[in-house]
Write a protein that binds this ligand. Structure first.
Ligand code: FNR
Length: 368
């Protein structure tokens, strides 16, 4: 179908499913066990209602912001998704080039199909990039990787903390044999288990011994801001804050890890309350992000009203480039822009600062 037929982020999923190999679809779309959490990620947004304000002269509205001090034209960043070449020959470079043209920030995955340097080389001078980190059992490999990323100008290190073992994604496991395209660039030349689906093939090197004790070590090897990706409770948000990191992503990994874990949006409410109660918020040097199930600008506005600085979006951008390459990602960002303009006008918020907690009714969010 022509790209002109696409009018919402959901449409990219429909088209991607038609055009990508079955194995890619199984790996990208799958979530763990009974796929309850992936469904809940969407449902949670539907339990939050708007309280719009009127008569505020909304002729001009501005949805640009900063993320970790970096300018972003949207309060949205492209979250890391592994193995882009399963679905498109240019893989993650589609994201990098589209991000360059649109002023959006890409979080590069450790397990990308393209090499880290290839991605950085494809970026425009000065284009901010974040890096998602899977921590290797061999910390020397991780140290070199992190320090190389810092040298190449990466603006934020997102350490994934919700994946000491990858979840059982049965749709993916049923595909069994994995070909060469199911191996990430950083794994080239290593022994990889290839008969239990793509997720198992790429996960062999992740270190399950990672713990809070390792955070000072990360701080000692890099000056990049450190963000913990995959926080799911107020308890851990407090520990993260006290560990002195610059931010957290409230995330369940797109429903791909612990099934029946709550949505990031629901977790956000308890996290902001707990951090405020301790006097930790507001703090301009500590940012909270949410990801999982964000498909509309209205979803983003809800997360912002409840205290998020920005949100991460995974599958929609992935499906956009699988379907239409770089152009697809640019179109996805254009759709977000159009939706932000309309929703902010209807909500009565002229800038991100004007999106306040009073603009949402989240009383049904935690009753389900
Ligand atoms: C992911 N995600 C992910 N996260 C991470 O920290 N490292 C990774 O390598 C990957 N890989 C990955 C692959 C695929 C195919 C998906 C769908 C997701 C999780 C991702 O960063 C993000 O948390 C979720 O995708 C957000 O949910 P939505 O937007 O996909 O609903």
């Amino acid at each position: 179908p022509s790209i002109d037929t696409v009018i919402s982020l959901h449409d990219f999923e429909t088209v991607a499913r038609l055009v990508i190999p079955e194995k890619a679809w199984a790996y990208y779309s799958s979530a763990s066990d009974d796929e309850i959490t992936i469904r809940e990620n969407r449902m949670a947004y539907q339990r939050v209602w708007f309280r719009p304000r009127i008569l505020r002269d909304v002729s001009t509205v501005d949805w640009s912001t900063t993320i970790l001090g970096q300018k972003s034209t949207l309060p949205v960043y492209i979250s890391a998704t592994a193995l882009g070449k399963l679905g498109h020959p240019d893989g993650e470079l589609c994201l990098t080039r589209a991000a360059a043209n649109t002023g959006v920030i890409q979080m590069v995955a450790t397990l990308a199909s393209c090499s880290f340097d290839e991605i950085v080389d494809a970026a425009k001078p000065g284009q901010p990039l974040f890096l998602q980190l899977y921590v290797n059992r061999d910390r020397e490999i991780t140290r070199k990787y992190v320090q190389h990323a810092e040298k190449r100008g990466v603006k934020g290190l997102f350490i994934t903390v919700d994946a000491p073992q990858l979840g059982r994604r049965e749709k993916d496991m049923r595909m069994k044999q994995v070909g060469d395209e199911g191996v990430a660039e950083v794994q080239r030349g290593q022994k990889v288990k290839k008969d239990e689906g793509v997720a198992r093939a790429i996960s062999s090197f992740i270190d399950p011994s990672l713990s809070w004790k390792d955070i000072p070590w990360f701080k000692s090897i890099t000056k990049m801001p450190i963000i913990l990706k995959g926080i799911g409770t107020a308890e851990d948000a407090i520990l993260a804050y006290e560990a002195g990191v610059q931010g957290i992503v409230l995330s369940n990994h797109g429903g791909r890890q612990l099934d029946t874990a709550r949505s990031g949006l629901e977790v956000l409410v308890e996290v902001t309350a707990a951090l405020r109660a301790r006097g930790y918020l507001p703090n301009p040097n500590f940012e909270i992000y949410v990801d999982g199930g964000v498909r509309r600008a209205s979803d983003v506005l809800k997360a912002l009203a409840l205290g998020a600085k920005a949100v991460g979006v995974g599958r929609p951008f992935l499906y956009a480039f699988c379907a239409y390459g770089q152009e697809g990602v640019e179109k996805a960002i254009q759709i977000f822009r159009d939706e932000f303009e309309m929703n902010m006008r209807l909500l009565g918020a002229r800038s991100i600062d004007e999106i306040v907690p009073e603009m949402v009714d989240a009383s049904a969010l935690t009753s389900h």
